[in-house]
Unconditional design. Structure first.
Length: 245
């Protein structure tokens, strides 16, 4: 039986286990994603985008840090209560020390990133909402990390998430994304099970080609320092959104 996004209790996302397994240290795959994205962000004017969005933010702070180099406001949009609570604590109380190496690398690769971690998070507004409800053409840039392929087991719904992601940006705006490659349904922590939709560079390109121009799709190999979720690496994307047909 195929699991769809609405079948899942996203308020129950295991934030602590997810962070412990993936983000309490700066893994080589994180560094590769940050390097890839930083090269794209350096092409943009510092703080030249009025409003950007992290589409399905989760508790991952490094995409927000990256976007702070080019954005005057960053909306971190997520539907899950635990993710939203974590993000709000990071901004209002102060970020966990484990994020400092991520900020250091982001700033080294792009000096447009604010000089302190707190400063990089200052433009962030946490928004609890379903990303599928975002209004088309709202943002100058959208970023998405491990969302569309981790929200469903259905390839059609994966494509719908990609379409919503691209269409929340103005024509001629920017997209930055990362996907787990060939990610099956997987576990986080001792018991929790979450949907996965296996995708590869060809599937990602097919989903975004009708929606974009200047589309670039790359990949990196699986990271042996991370838990074995069954994936084969990551697919990385940058693009400029096309005008609607």
């Amino acid at each position: 039986m195929t699991t769809h996004n609405d079948d899942v209790d996203w308020d129950g996302w295991p934030v602590s286990d997810y962070l412990a397994e993936n983000y309490r240290a700066l893994h080589p795959s994180d560094a590769a994603v940050i390097g890839h994205h930083s090269a794209f962000y350096r092409r943009l004017a510092p703080r030249g985008i009025g409003r950007s969005v992290e589409f399905g933010a989760g508790p991952n702070l490094y995409p927000l840090i990256l976007a702070s180099a080019v954005s005057r406001r960053v909306d971190a949009v997520d539907a899950g209560a635990g993710n939203v609570a974590y993000l709000e604590r990071q901004i209002l109380v102060g970020p966990d020390a484990s994020w400092r190496p991520f900020h250091t690398l982001c700033r080294r690769l792009n000096p447009g990133v604010p000089p302190t971690l707190a400063g990089a998070l200052a433009p962030v507004e946490v928004v609890r909402a379903d990303v599928r409800d975002l209004e088309p053409g709202t943002y100058g840039l959208a970023s998405m990390h491990f969302v569309a392929e981790g929200a469903t087991e259905d390839i059609g719904e994966f494509t719908d998430f990609c379409r919503a992601f691209a269409r929340c940006v103005v024509p001629g705006g920017y997209l930055v994304a990362a996907f787990m490659e060939n990610m099956p349904t997987y576990r986080i922590g001792p018991t929790s099970r979450w949907p996965g939709c296996p995708v590869d560079p060809g599937i990602v390109e097919q989903a975004f080609a009708p929606l974009t121009q200047e589309l670039n799709v790359d990949r990196i190999d699986a990271d042996p320092t991370l838990p074995d979720y069954g994936d084969s690496g990551m697919v990385l994307l940058t693009a400029v959104t096309a005008a609607p047909p």
